[in-house]
Write a protein that binds this ligand. Structure first.
Ligand SMILES: N[C@@H](CCC(=O)N[C@@H](CS)C(=O)NCC(=O)O)C(=O)O
Length: 213
């Protein structure tokens, strides 16, 4: 059975949980206490070179890290990824956008805000992320005005990936008031059959106010 290396409050891990749920694919979970350094053991670094979750291990022992790579692998030959080269490349376009402008911008600001670390970060860095995040939401709003989901294919892993942190932008200090198409898309994603609504706040983890190793 597939193994998922997970940390409950991780939205990167949520992406994989969400897809596995859609696919009704059974898996076992290994939870890592990332703030206590469980991601930095020699053993886990062989699974995930960066020591981050999510990562998966297949029945034959092979391992794969990076949320979007895992989505891409698990969604192959399913309705959540187109089967033509151009369609798959369009999904990759949005997965790249997600890593560059959503996860590392809105996701970081949200993480710092919810774990009390925002004040400890350099104001110039926070400001840079705020303006990039605003630009990210503008781009998404303009794109989502043109079609119901991120690609013409319909609901796909592109939506799952961008939704993970994009839908929580308000927890990172952004207002979605001026982004009606983003708000409508969030509602659309939430109404997908099998949507995984369960959230695990950072505050469930007594170690989450500490810095990552
Ligand atoms: N680009 C990676 C980022 C993964 C990531 O940063 N995961 C966080 C949890 S959301 C983590 O494991 N952090 C622990 C650490 O950095 O040591 C992905 O998309 O999977």
């Amino acid at each position: 059975m597939l193994t998922l290396f997970d940390y409950p409050a991780s939205e990167n891990a949520w992406k994989v949980r969400q897809l596995l749920h859609h696919l009704r694919r059974p898996y076992r979970t290994v939870k890592l206490s990332i703030f206590e350094g469980e991601g930095r053991t020699e053993d886990y670094l062989r699974t995930s070179p960066t020591g981050t979750v999510p990562a998966i291990q297949l029945d034959d022992g092979r391992t794969l890290a990076e949320s979007n790579a895992i989505l891409f692998f698990l969604a192959t030959d399913t309705p959540y990824l187109p089967d033509d080269a151009f369609g798959r490349a369009k999904v990759l376009q949005w997965l790249s956008f997600e890593q560059e402008r959503v996860e590392s911008v809105i996701g970081s600001l949200r993480y710092w805000t919810l774990t009390g670390k925002l004040e400890k970060r350099a104001p110039v860095l926070v400001e840079m992320k705020r303006s990039t995040g605003e630009r990210t939401l503008q781009i998404l709003d303009r794109e989502l005005a043109q079609r119901p989901f991120l690609t013409e294919h319909g609901y796909s892993i592109a939506d799952i990936s961008v939704f993970a942190y994009g839908s929580h932008a308000e927890e990172a200090g952004f207002s979605l008031q001026s982004y009606p198409h983003v708000r409508a898309w969030i509602a659309r994603v939430k109404s997908q059959p099998g949507f995984l609504a369960t959230m695990h706040p950072y505050s469930d983890d007594p170690h989450s106010s500490g810095e990552l190793p």
